[in-house]
Design a protein around this ligand. Structure first.
Ligand SMILES: Cc1cc2nc3c(=O)[nH]c(=O)nc-3n(C[C@H](O)[C@H](O)[C@H](O)COP(=O)(O)O)c2cc1C
Length: 161
């Protein structure tokens, strides 16, 4: 699968098969993700493999679509708001790289905002100076959702003289 196919074909998967994800494969996708752009090579991301106890404590309504793997992606905070924003942007690039690398091997991801829930920081043992960007379910899709329609790019494009 080439990169354009992965970008267009990737979907936010709602429900996963029970098939396990091999740790080596998971690490390969994370290795690939490290090549994300990041200002001054801060590499602001950290990844937490969310084990069964932490996962249960998060009480996600849909149990992450029964994903066999749950990962939390953290970003380094910063005193200056611009630096903090840049770190979140770089971490989001890292996450998207991970999602695309997994997708190119037939594995899907499900985004959740559960990291913003009160208590999530403690459950995920987020270190001082980091914040949660997203918690992802990862696994083989039980079903691939139909792509939601996107706004034609012409409506989002302006040209300056
Ligand atoms: C920052 C961010 C937060 C998101 N949070 C959630 C979420 O809490 N629950 C959810 O079902 N999807 C979440 N999503 C996924 C979007 O709902 C999904 O990407 C969108 O519906 C488009 O679908 P697609 O990714 O399959 O193209 C999130 C996506 C982003 C980028």
């Amino acid at each position: 699968m080439d990169v354009k196919e992965a970008i267009v074909g990737r979907r936010n998967v709602k429900q996963f098969k029970a098939d396990e994800i091999e740790r080596d494969q998971l690490l390969r996708w994370l290795d690939t993700a490290r090549y994300a752009p990041n200002h001054r090579m801060v590499e602001p991301w950290q990844v937490v493999v969310v084990g069964p106890d932490a996962r249960a404590a998060l009480h996600h309504g849909a149990n992450f679509g029964d994903a066999p793997v749950v990962l939390a992606f953290l970003s380094k905070t910063a005193e200056h708001p611009v630096d903090r924003d840049e770190n979140i942007i770089a971490t989001a690039c890292f996450v998207q790289n991970f999602c695309l690398a997994a997708w190119s091997d037939g594995v899907g991801t499900r985004w959740t905002s559960i990291g913003t829930k009160p208590g999530a920081r403690e459950i995920l043992q987020v270190p001082e100076g980091y914040e949660v960007v997203v918690v992802l379910g990862v696994g083989y899709p039980a079903e691939v959702p139909v792509a939601k329609e996107r706004t034609p790019i012409a409506e989002k494009l302006r040209e300056l003289g």
